[in-house]
Ligand binder design. Structure first.
Ligand code: NAD
Length: 499
């Protein structure tokens, strides 16, 4: 049995708490490693060492810091296959999907190579007679990121790359379910030239998270995960005076208008609903066809596509559409919700409940499910299922469809499929959701834009990556400077106006 470690001060470091969590291979159901769960004392020691390392890193000029990230990008590309394999082995997603996970993180690292430009302050020449005014962006010090299981490469990179580019030291607390890739990222950053102690990976659970939230040295916390934990971390982090941004769960609706290209809409729904076994915060989990005729045509197109989906282990190669879900508990929860949907009167059009994969009976595979005639009061509509289950809610009109998405408590992503520009424009303008796709089912913004949901999908006022990340991981200092010879003649004692 492999025993994983933390990554402290540039080296793999064994856990000392005596507490461990099992890391599964979701395809076989076997425990493949044990990950140490850090105690408060281990977290505090990691933070203290990071605080020692940060001033020199913060004083390194931004271009040199960017060069470390440049080399990191090269190493990520060099090790892409190795990273993807380790990721799939612990998470269960297919190899092409695992490569996508690394790639979308890597693109944020590439964006952060622009740090010298992004960190430039503002300057006003002659704000007053002989007075210049300028602002600078300075690192916060030691900052932390707490990340979920579903993107074990991408989301740690979304957090660490901008934090490091800005000159901070970074404490990463990755998901305890798939911790190997975050540890590999730390090794690569060391190889790329990051000084020891500037990035510390501390594995753990609630005890480690609470230790981060209560450590006075930690200045900011970025979180991604489920909404109840996001709310907890936001409240506790703010209470302790930290800068906090938390991104939570989702229930993403896709509106299908009668004029949509129905083949295109069905293809999009299958990819966005079942890809990565539905374990994406930007997965589409609710289809909203407008009008009964649209609904009938859509279901007719969806069913054969869903029945053809190939579910299997990542080792089966490129033929597999999606793999197992992450744990036996996740599988049980998904199947429990499917049962509730049947009991509460939804029509189970594609029933994956009896799905079993020969040779992988102990793996956490879940067959694809499609529900029709789902209503707002059902648990499958209200809850984030995070599995390969697509619900169809039939709307009578565009306004009803829009209202459904608007009224849902989550507001991460949404999409509309239509050929009508006016409808699409109205939707994008009125919807109260952070990321909107027009004939694009998973509208994840690219690295140089920002990513973030509204309502119960996001807490805090700045988004992830893009220019917002450079605001989140720095604070602004504004200097008013004057060098007049007149000062030699004596000071001024009234509040001067810039006239
Ligand atoms: P999770 O909330 O269970 O765990 C996220 C992190 O919080 C992990 O590091 C975990 O160790 C820690 N944690 C768990 N329980 C805790 C507790 N009681 N106290 C303190 N810390 C705790 O989420 P998950 O299951 O790993 O990830 C799936 C969720 O993440 C889904 O809800 C998904 O929608 C969401 N997600 C959101 C986004 C986004 O950008 N909005 C992106 C990816 C995933």
């Amino acid at each position: 049995m492999q025993e994983l470690s933390h990554f402290i001060d540039g080296a793999h470091t064994a856990g000392t708490s005596g507490r461990f969590a099992d890391v599964f291979n979701p395809a076989t159901g076997e425990v493949q490693a044990k990950v140490p769960l850090a105690s408060r004392a281990e977290v505090d020691a990691a933070v203290a060492r990071a605080a020692e390392a940060q001033p020199a890193w913060g004083a390194t000029n931004p271009q040199r810091r960017a060069r470390v990230l440049m080399e990191f990008v090269r190493l990520l590309n060099r090790d892409m296959d190795k990273l993807a394999e380790a990721l799939s082995r612990e998470h269960g997603k297919t190899i092409p999907d695992a490569k996508g996970d690394v790639q979308r993180g890597l693109e944020v690292v590439e964006f952060c190579i622009g740090a010298p430009h992004l960190l430039k302050g503002e300057f006003t020449d002659s704000a007053g007679p002989g007075i210049d005014m300028y602002s600078m962006r300075q690192p916060l010090g030691v900052v932390a990121g707490i990340t979920p299981f579903n993107f074990p490469a991408m989301i740690p990179m979304w957090k660490m790359a901008p934090a490091l580019a800005c000159g901070n030291a970074f404490i990463l607390k990755p998901s305890e379910r798939d911790p190997s890739v975050p540890l590999m990222l730390a090794e690569l950053l060391k190889e790329a030239g990051l000084p020891d102690g500037v990035l510390q990976v501390v594995n753990g659970d609630k005890e480690a998270v609470d230790a981060i939230l209560e450590n006075e040295t930690v200045q900011a916390v970025g979180f991604v995960g489920s909404t109840p934990i996001a709310q907890y971390i936001y409240a506790k982090g703010c209470e302790n005076g930290k800068r906090v941004q938390c991104f939570g769960g989702a229930k993403n609706h896709m509106i299908v208008m009668p004029d949509a290209d129905m083949d295109q809409a069905a293809d999009a729904l299958v990819g966005a609903g079942y890809g990565a076994a539905g374990e994406r915060c930007m997965a589409i989990s609710v289809a909203v066809p407008v009008g009964d005729e649209t609904a009938d045509r859509l279901i007719e197109k969806l069913v054969p596509r869903i029945e053809k989906l190939k579910v299997g282990p990542y080792t089966a190669g490129n033929d597999v559409d999606y793999g197992p879900v992450v744990t036996a508990a996740a599988k049980a929860n998904i199947l429990r919700l499917v049962e509730s949907g049947v009991e509460q009167g939804a029509e189970l059009v594609v029933d994956g409940r009896d799905f079993s994969l020969q040779g992988y009976e102990d793996g956490f595979f879940v067959g694809p499910h499609l529900f029709d005639r789902v209503t707002k009061d059902m648990d499958i509509y209200k809850t984030e299922i995070f599995g390969p289950v697509l619900s169809t809610v039939r709307a009578k009109s565009y306004e009803e469809a829009l209202g459904l998405a608007m009224d849902h408590e989550y507001g991460n992503g949404t999409a509309i499929f239509t050929r009508d520009g006016d409808t699409a424009r109205d939707f994008a303008s009125r919807i109260n959701i952070g990321m909107v796709g027009v004939n694009v089912p998973i509208p994840v913004p690219l690295a140089y834009h920002t990513f973030g949901g509204w309502k119960k999908s996001g807490f805090g006022d700045l988004n992830q990556h893009g220019p917002d990340a450079f605001r989140f991981y720095t604070r602004t200092k504004t200097v008013t400077a004057r060098w007049p010879s007149g000062l030699k003649e004596g000071g001024e004692f009234h509040f001067k106006q810039m006239d």
